[in-house]
Design a protein around this ligand. Structure first.
Ligand code: OXD
Length: 342
């Protein structure tokens, strides 16, 4: 890297004074501009022309002509599919890194909360409370399915799946996980110290993607964490739900597009699935007429599993780790394969 050349960074995320200081202290060539903008036109041509690194929660980008020096985009999103269609990325000289791993602590807690709520029949108990109804047949209708002694299947053993497995360990559940390459149980992505499963220690059995239906047959709970790509579009269709063990619970924290919602509703209505917790939907906000809203065994949340007051600080930490690597011309964490889409 040219020792005199300025490294122009544009952040559309607001940063604290301390974060700005930390970033600038990394290299005296760094020039950091912070502009809270929600679309590309709010940023001047001059700023776009100079920008080499973009740190953003946005899914907007200028044209390639407007940003000739752009080389790297660090996104705040773990799922970057909305960014990838952008023509600017077709040129092949801009790297994209996702935030995968940065927010896994709260996502892990969200998933555990949902597994416990579903298994312990919380939706049914809240419903009875609203009606001021003391459930008389509580030992049958409210019989819990505990995590201890039961099997949780994690579909996609990436950073979220690994943190779920780590948190599940203390509950004594059997953890099965599916992963594209079972020969590589280690994590190659970013995970904050002490979180996740960097060495592949927290699952009991790993399945290749082709083995997913077989894995599902054994699971009392299934957690979907895969990214949305052409390959995963509608992965959970009627057949896949049929592969699930009767009476199992389903949790989705990935993207709604991985699920055929009609097939999910059928599986719930027939009683084949005992319940579901859904944070993501094929259409967001979930339309008011979706039967999922009122299904008695379904918990709906408005796409917030990654949210916490620490969320942005966690992503800034990842950005700083990656920026140090960029400056040393090392490979970046969470580099998105633009062909594969994750
Ligand atoms: C993400 C999300 O992709 O929160 O980061 O959905």
């Amino acid at each position: 890297m040219d020792a005199k050349r300025k490294i122009e960074i544009l952040s559309t995320n607001s940063l604290t004074e301390d974060q700005i200081r930390q970033i600038q202290a990394l290299d005296e060539r760094i020039k950091l501009e912070v502009i809270k903008a929600k679309d590309a036109n709010k940023i001047s041509d001059d700023v776009w022309r100079k920008t080499e690194i973009l740190f953003t929660s946005g899914t907007f980008l200028p044209s390639a002509e407007k940003a000739p020096n752009l080389r790297w985009i660090q996104s705040n999103w773990a799922g970057v599919e909305k960014l990838l269609d952008n023509p600017l990325l077709q040129q092949g000289n801009v790297k994209v890194t996702s935030s995968s791993g940065a927010n896994v602590s709260q996502m892990g807690e969200y998933v555990i909360m949902m597994l416990l709520m579903l298994g312990h029949k919380m939706p049914q108990m809240i419903h009875a409370q609203r009606e001021k109804r003391w459930v008389e047949d509580k030992f049958t209708s409210l019989q819990p399915k505990e995590l201890r002694g039961n099997t949780v299947g994690i579909v996609g053993y990436g950073s979220i799946g690994r943190e779920v497995a780590r948190q599940l360990f203390t509950y004594g559940a059997t953890v099965l996980a599916s992963k594209r390459n079972v020969m590589q149980p280690e994590d190659t992505g970013y995970t904050p110290e002490g979180l996740g499963d960097p060495y592949g220690n927290y699952f009991h059995r790993l399945y290749p993607n082709e083995g997913l239906p077989g894995m599902l047959q054994e699971c009392d709970f299934v957690v979907l964490t895969l990214p949305h790509t052409n390959e995963t579009q509608c992965l959970f269709d009627a057949e896949m739900f049929k592969s699930m063990k009767p009476g199992a619970y389903f949790v989705n924290v990935s993207r709604g597009q991985l699920v055929d919602e009609g097939a999910l509703i059928d599986a719930l209505n027939s009683g084949h699935l005992a319940g579901a917790a859904l944070d993501v939907f094929s259409e967001e906000p979930l339309p008011p007429d979706s039967p999922l809203w009122t299904h008695p065994n379904v918990i709906i949340t408005p796409h917030l599993a990654a949210y916490s007051p620490n969320m942005i600080n966690q992503v800034v930490e990842l950005f700083i780790v990656n920026l140090k690597r960029y400056l040393k011309q090392e490979s970046l964490f969470n580099l998105v394969d633009l062909e594969q889409g994750y």
